[in-house]
Ligand binder design. Structure first.
Ligand code: SAH
Ligand code: SF4
Ligand code: F3S
Length: 439
């Protein structure tokens, strides 16, 4: 039996796809890269912007032919779209070739859904929400030398534009011992780099008062640092609202935590930040980045920006452009605001026309690309520590400490190792350099 799996969206979905493949391996499924050879086609979907959803619907359209050619082919939808309340009806209308939808809380039920589908159950939907965390599900991971580790699930922030709290549920933290046990296991299996995942990693253990089996995110980093054989720790994403002073200090003193902080600001305008319900203002954000830079001088800061939020004026946009220049981010993900059904922002007045959003996105991208290049150029001549992840045509590529994608000449067998790379060339999105050896 063969499975074809497509993953959309963020690292939360990437991690879930590892679990999906783990569950399927236990059922005897092997992976295939061709839909035509698959007995099972799974889409692990993302709801964050309308474009992500449209991609899924148009892809589902192309799958009709495979179902026609092989009537016992099973097609399933997992991930965030599968958790949206009206998705069952929508799929039945628009994509009747789909056999089941399985929400984000219910991954462990996948084998049962597949067996039911094979038994001729007809359309199934499981969107039940739980606050329970199911531990110790199997997984199949794409890389041995690095691993994604969930530390929190869901989100309680309810930024007014965002669908994540609705499709991923309330914020739940894993017990610290469970996180550390999984981390140790991954390192024993060969992982040198771990990436801790959460929609807001610094809120780890917050609901539990950072007490009992939970602690704080800073505590977790201190404990993870002690794992022998682990060389680098990354984390994603930090919310500016919960970024505590002790966390900055732990990162500054750590030998293993990468000096990279992804700190989404979304907008540089206080009016828009308030309307977004972000819980901080421009001044607090700038003070935080200055505090981080003071204590961790070699840090790379990166961010996310949304343009065209309802009511955004030219002045608001200018505030965002100014903030980008003031902070000097190493890179930024920039998005046009996409109204999500059920979120407060979708019902706000003064929605910005698409044409105008495009123009604003262009303006933000131009400013940020100049910053990318400036930050990258400042690295020329420096030696950066890069974990080589991939090899193609004589070139190794991987991420430097500040998350910069770096290319350098090397052998195929040298992936999974840390290299000292002297940077020789800077581009907007990438760096080039020469390996000066392992280390
Ligand atoms: N929890 C993370 C972000 C997760 S979503 C945080 O708060 O930092 C990743 C990014 O998608 C967000 O930072 C935001 O920039 C963008 N995003 C979320 N909802 C969006 C929407 N409705 N339209 C456009 N971009 C959106
Ligand atoms: Fe969405 Fe805000 Fe939660 Fe991030 S913090 S996932 S943007 S609601
Ligand atoms: Fe998308 Fe869900 Fe991640 S909406 S961005 S896959 S949490």
């Amino acid at each position: 039996m063969r499975v074809f799996l497509t993953t959309y969206g963020c690292q939360a979905n990437e991690r879930d796809s590892e679990t999906i493949l783990g569950l399927l391996a236990q059922m005897g499924y092997e992976k295939t890269n061709e839909e035509s050879k698959a007995d099972l086609i799974l889409l692990n979907t993302c709801s964050i912007r309308d474009k992500a959803e449209q991609k899924v619907f148009s892809y589902l359209g192309t799958l009709k032919q495979y179902k026609k050619a092989k009537p016992d082919l099973v097609i399933g939808l997992c991930g965030c779209m599968a958790q949206e309340t009206d998705m069952g009806d929508l799929i039945r209308q628009r994509a009747p070739q789909v056999d089941f939808i399985l929400g984000t809380h219910r991954l462990h039920r996948l084998p049962e859904m597949i067996r039911n589908a094979l038994g001729g159950a007809g359309f199934q939907a499981d969107q039940e929400e739980t606050t329970e965390i199911v531990e110790a599900l199997p997984s199949v991971r794409p890389y041995r030398f690095k691993a994604l580790i969930n530390i929190t699930f869901g989100c309680d922030h309810f930024c007014s534009y965002c669908i994540v709290p609705y499709v991923r549920g309330r914020e739940r933290s894993r017990r610290m011992e469970d996180i550390l046990a999984e981390s140790r296991l991954r390192v024993e299996e060969g992982a040198k780099e771990l990436q801790f995942l959460g929609q807001n990693v610094n809120a780890y253990g917050k609901a539990q008062g950072h007490a009992g089996p939970y602690g704080s995110f800073a505590d977790l980093l201190v404990q993870a640092e002690k794992i022998d054989g682990l060389e680098r720790i990354r984390f994603l994403t930090s919310h500016p609202r919960d970024f505590a002073e002790d966390l900055i200090q732990v990162i500054a003193e750590s030998r293993k935590v990468a000096r990279h902080i992804h700190l989404p600001v979304q907008s540089g305008s206080n009016r828009i930040l308030r309307s977004m319900n972000r819980g901080y203002d421009r001044e607090t954000y700038l003070a935080l980045t200055e505090g981080i830079r003071r204590q961790i001088p070699d840090v790379t800061l990166t961010t996310d920006i949304i343009v065209g939020f309802p009511g955004e004026s030219d002045e608001d946009l200018q505030d965002t452009l100014d903030l980008l220049n003031q902070v000097g981010f190493g890179s930024a993900f920039t998005f046009m605001y996409s109204p999500r059904k059920g979120t407060p922002a979708a019902k706000m007045d003064k929605q910005i026309p698409l044409q105008e959003k495009r123009k604003r996105l262009q303006a933000v991208m131009e400013v940020q690309q100049a910053n990318n290049l400036r930050v990258h150029q400042s690295l020329i001549g420096k030696e950066l520590r890069v974990l080589a992840e991939n090899w193609e045509d004589g070139l190794l590529s991987g991420r430097a400490e500040g998350n910069q994608l770096t290319y350098f000449a090397g052998e195929a067998g040298e992936t999974g190792k840390f290299h000292q790379v002297r940077i020789t060339k800077a581009r907007i999105w990438t760096l080039e350099g020469e390996s000066c050896g392992h280390g």
